[in-house]
Design a protein around this ligand. Structure first.
Ligand code: COA
Length: 389
């Protein structure tokens, strides 16, 4: 079985965009195609993610539409939907199709618009996002996604003594990293007092503990390692992808705070890559809320159980720390256009492992991991990538 490699990566600025989905996606896709130096007629398939275009923009059956806009009509195209893990699942299927020898060259990506440019304000978008919670048991209670992750984080605080100051440190660190990412929605300096003084959204989260609503797109070109050297872009190898799910609703999860799906997906990815958490040089994790990052680094085995908050407080997860987490700024500062987030993490891993991440480069990055959650943590996709040259 030939391994799959990423040879091209591109993404738009995350933030506020007024273009239609196909134009936004084309920006990211063309920059990935250009980076790879691949000709359009070599692309054999398009796997892409969009979670909510049907609700937010009345825009469905997007796969052939986006392909046509890129001049790729005719090839097999598939849209994926897995809430916030939408495009990492598209990426998993693309990688597996290449590993299986079905395709040699595949374009993968995601696109989403979540800002008021869609015509939906914060209240309406919050209600729309809640469509990813249980229709009968959770939606009637008014549970929102800040509420979902607040419940998990409150439990973590209860079990391990995690504090609001520790959570705030996560936001401060990710905004600090984001200032080195020219494509970040909110890359700028912040401090703990600013986080704690910002309005409460869902206890224990203040506004500054939350990722924003963002528009954006991301894309990568995945090829078989057999042909990787024929393209311009430095190849980065995909050495493991784990994908697991957990029960929905939250009340049915056996161990909600451990995020079982993420833990098992990580173990699967580590086993495929034949590495342990100690071998990981940096991580891009799903920090939709600060508490989610604390829980994620524990699920990935990067810090001991219950130590995620303390690790943030000690500064271990900064670019200069012993385990850099979210060098891109994460969802918190880079932004979270949900269908684009999974492949945006792959873009960051690619740039870091090529050594081309500029001021946010992790020194000596050789192995990186991406952790992408969908819904109330019921979907988890974890990817290990390593420098191929
Ligand atoms: N982080 C940092 N700054 C933010 C921000 C965020 N998440 N969201 C908004 N801001 C800034 C805005 O730029 C604005 O700054 P300004 O006054 O200097 O212009 C200010 O905060 C207020 O912005 P506004 O858009 O009015 O905030 P809002 O109250 O409508 O929305 C949240 C803020 C946090 C409620 C909203 O971003 C949110 O719900 N985020 C979570 C999204 C989510 O659930 N995603 C799914 C995860 S699973």
């Amino acid at each position: 079985m030939a391994r799959a490699c990423v040879v091209g990566a591109g993404m738009t600025q995350f933030g506020v965009h007024d273009e239609p989905l196909e134009e936004l996606f084309a920006d990211a896709a063309l920059s990935a195609i250009h980076d790879a130096g691949v000709d359009g007629d070599e692309i054999e398939g398009l796997y892409f993610g969009n979670a909510m275009g049907g609700i937010t923009e009345n825009d469905t059956h997007l796969a052939p539409k986006l392909a046509s806009h890129l001049g790729l009509q005719g090839i097999p195209c598939q849209r994926f939907e897995d809430a916030c893990a939408t495009s990492s699942n598209a990426f998993k299927h693309a990688v597996q199709s290449v590993e299986a020898g079905v395709h040699d060259v595949v374009l993968v990506g995601g696109v989403e618009r979540c800002t008021a440019e869609t015509g939906l304000d914060t209240e309406a978008m919050t209600r729309t996002f809640a469509s990813a919670s249980h229709r009968e048991y959770e939606q009637p209670t008014g549970l929102t996604f800040p509420g979902v992750f607040a419940l998990l984080t409150k439990r973590h605080m209860h079990e391990y003594g995690t504090t609001e100051e520790q959570l705030a440190e996560v936001a401060v660190k990710n905004h600090a990293h984001g200032q080195y990412n020219p494509r970040a929605h909110f890359g700028r300096e912040a401090d703990v007092a600013e986080v704690l003084d910002s309005p409460v959204v869902a206890d224990p989260f203040h506004l500054m503990d939350c990722c924003p609503f963002s528009d954006g797109a991301s894309a990568v070109v995945v090829v078989s390692e057999d042909v990787a050297e024929t393209y311009d872009g430095d190849p980065v190898a995909v050495s493991g992808i784990g994908h697991r799910t957990d029960a929905v609703p939250i009340a049915d999860k056996a161990a909600p705070v451990e995020t079982t799906a993420a833990k098992e997906a990580a173990n699967e990815a580590y086993a495929q890559a034949d590495i342990s958490p100690d071998d990981v040089d940096f991580a891009e994790v799903h920090d939709c809320f600060t508490g989610a990052e604390v829980i994620a680094i524990e699920a990935l085995g990067l810090v001991p159980e219950g130590e995620g908050g303390a690790a943030a407080m000690r500064g271990d997860t900064y670019l200069s720390g012993e385990m850099p987490v979210n060098p891109s700024g994460g969802l918190k500062a880079k932004g979270h256009p949900i269908g684009a987030t999974g492949t945006a993490q792959i873009v960051e891993l690619t740039e870091q492992l090529r050594g081309s991440a500029g001021d946010r480069q992790v020194a000596g990055a050789d192995k990186g991991i991406a952790h992408n959650l969908g819904g109330d943590t019921a979907t988890a996709v974890v990817t290990v990538m390593e420098a191929a040259r």
